[in-house]
Design a protein around this ligand. Structure first.
Ligand SMILES: Cc1cc2nc3c(=O)[nH]c(=O)nc-3n(C[C@H](O)[C@H](O)[C@H](O)COP(=O)(O)OP(=O)(O)OC[C@H]3O[C@@H](n4cnc5c(N)ncnc54)[C@H](O)[C@@H]3O)c2cc1C
Length: 490
């Protein structure tokens, strides 16, 4: 087999790698994005607060401030082009006491220095008028209307799908294991074989220091800071409209009340340095978060909680993003220490890295036929007429697989063609199994569809990659389900 030779190899398909590969796909280049996991966005970019930060929090003069503000500005157009789930809902930072009002004013000055537009200070009455369910104890707020919310993995899927449709290559299940400089670039060894690359970008998230070390670059030192998040039922939709922040602490933006794009309310995250990165949640985490969130919105009730998760920030040693060519080679760019607001900043990080690659000698010629648009069918968002037309074209859009979220067999099949190979891949692309019933009804049907589309026996279908298969042998129910559906639609 011949060894793939590419102009740019991007290591890591989180939001940074995805945004970069999409930005690079505007140019006539051979591009490859590699990801060690079974799917894209299975690292930190899957599990976070999903906030597009306005940029008020970051220290003026830092890359974080510059790239968060620019990233936030890029989101509305990007969402219009790529159709990912995003809403510019605005954010409000609140003060709990007269003393905190002075801190809010300082935050407003900070935000303006960063170039955040539209900031305004609110008195108690104005705050109550905007968000009537906030605690009456809060005395004022800072409104940042440019802030937004996004479904983070949907953003990553959209970016990679659009890059691939513009000619970039994606290899999942591909772990970079060694990097050797050679004439005009690098030879990279992966578990899937070798790759030759003229330029490399290290966007490996928590794996960033390991990947840099493969080149001999030990300047990237990272540790994991865990954040737990708790998701409430969609019946609370409208409890708050804007993302509600307390004043920030030394290490984080605090514990927030976040309305999600899909209408849930989420509270979190904690910020705890961990030596052994794991994704567990804890009673202590819940107690801390719930206690703090109730100080912002007192009517939150534990029995409306539906699920919890945690994510790991890759924190560097400089207090800022570490995005620069390695001192060992200008052709090797590190994008490391991308903690919050990395999701927000990712589109701007991508632009920034393209400039760095250019300075390092990458030739950039714009593609004549770059198509910035990605379209995806979401049955539940269509009106009755459009749904009927779609079902007439393909009856699979009329077979509802997930009743909670009204997801059809057609959308599940589309999700597989868009790259999903596991139940989690389907869940994140379509929302099936994501809410109240947590997959109780739809899982067997999805296993059957995945097995048909991928041409694999059902017992090889997994939750999130090898080792997480759900079936030990053939289930009669899965086979009969298939037979019944076929008879119904024959
Ligand atoms: C709890 C929490 C809440 C957050 N909330 C927000 C928020 O609201 N707004 C915001 O802007 N930011 C937020 N962030 C930060 C944001 O999530 C991150 O900055 C962002 O997701 C980082 O993306 P990334 O692409 O750098 O890393 P990742 O998403 O981790 O991607 C790196 C990828 O590289 C892969 N990889 C690693 N090593 C290798 C290898 N050797 N070979 C191949 N692939 C490899 C990994 O599998 C992974 O998929 C939050 C973070 C956390 C943890």
């Amino acid at each position: 087999m011949s060894i793939p030779e590419v102009d740019v190899l991007v290591i890591g398909a989180g939001v940074v790698g995805a945004a970069l590969i999409r930005e690079l796909s505007r140019y006539e280049l051979d591009l490859l994005l590699v990801e060690k996991e079974v799917d894209v966005s299975f690292g930190t970019s899957k599990a976070n607060s999903g906030i597009v930060h306005s940029g008020v929090h970051d220290r003026p003069g830092t890359l974080k401030a510059q790239l968060a503000v620019r990233g936030c500005q890029l989101f509305p157009e990007l969402a219009a082009q790529l159709g990912f789930l995003y809403k510019q809902n605005g954010a409000v930072v609140v003060a709990r006491s007269r003393e905190e009002l002075a801190e809010l004013e300082k935050l407003a000055v900070n935000g303006r220095a960063n170039g955040v537009k539209g900031l305004s200070l609110l008195n108690q009455e104005e705050l109550r008028r905007l968000e009537p369910n906030l605690s009456p104890e809060l005395v004022g707020g800072l409104l940042a209307p440019s802030g937004g919310i996004v479904v983070p993995f949907d953003l990553v899927f959209a970016l990679t799908e659009n890059a691939v449709s513009n000619g970039a290559k994606l290899m999942v299940n591909t772990e970079v294991q060694a990097i050797n400089p050679e004439q005009g670039g690098f030879f990279v060894r992966t578990n899937q074989g070798g790759i030759r690359a003229k330029f490399i970008v290290n966007a490996a998230g928590l794996g960033g220091s390991e990947v840099a070390a493969m080149l001999g670059d030990d300047s990237i030192q990272l540790y994991a800071r865990k954040g737990e998040e708790y998701l409430f039922d969609r019946k609370l939709e409208g409890l708050v409209h804007r993302t509600v922040f307390p004043l920030p602490s030394q290490v984080s933006k605090g514990i927030l009340v976040i309305p999600t794009v899909e209408g849930n309310i989420m509270i979190g995250p904690t910020a705890q340095r961990v030596e052994t990165p794991d994704l567990s949640t804890s009673l202590a985490g819940w107690q801390e978060i719930y206690g703090e969130a109730r100080r912002l919105v007192p009517t939150l009730q534990p029995n409306d909680l539906i699920t919890a998760f945690s994510g790991l920030r890759a924190v560097g040693t400089t207090g800022d993003f570490m995005i620069a060519p390695s001192t060992l080679s200008p052709r090797f760019i590190n994008a490391a220490g991308i903690e919050s607001p990395g999701l927000t900043a990712a589109p701007a990080i991508a632009e920034y890295i393209v400039e760095l690659l250019k300075e390092s000698g990458l030739g950039l010629r714009r593609k004549q036929n770059f198509n910035p648009i990605r379209s995806v069918v979401r049955l539940r968002d269509l009106d009755f007429q459009a749904q009927a037309e779609l079902m007439q074209k393909d009856a699979a859009y009329g077979q509802i697989v997930c009743r909670c979220e009204m997801v059809s067999a057609g959308e599940i099949r589309d999700a597989v063609r868009r790259g999903a190979t596991t139940l989690d891949g389907i869940k994140l692309r379509t929302r099936s199994g994501m809410v109240r019933c947590q997959g109780g009804f739809c899982t067997p049907k999805i296993i059957r569809l995945l097995s048909e589309e991928l041409g694999l026996p059902p017992e090889q279908i997994s939750k999130n990659g090898p080792g997480s298969e759900l079936l030990l042998g053939r289930l009669r129910a899965v086979q009969e389900e298939g037979r019944k559906e076929e008879q119904l639609h024959a």
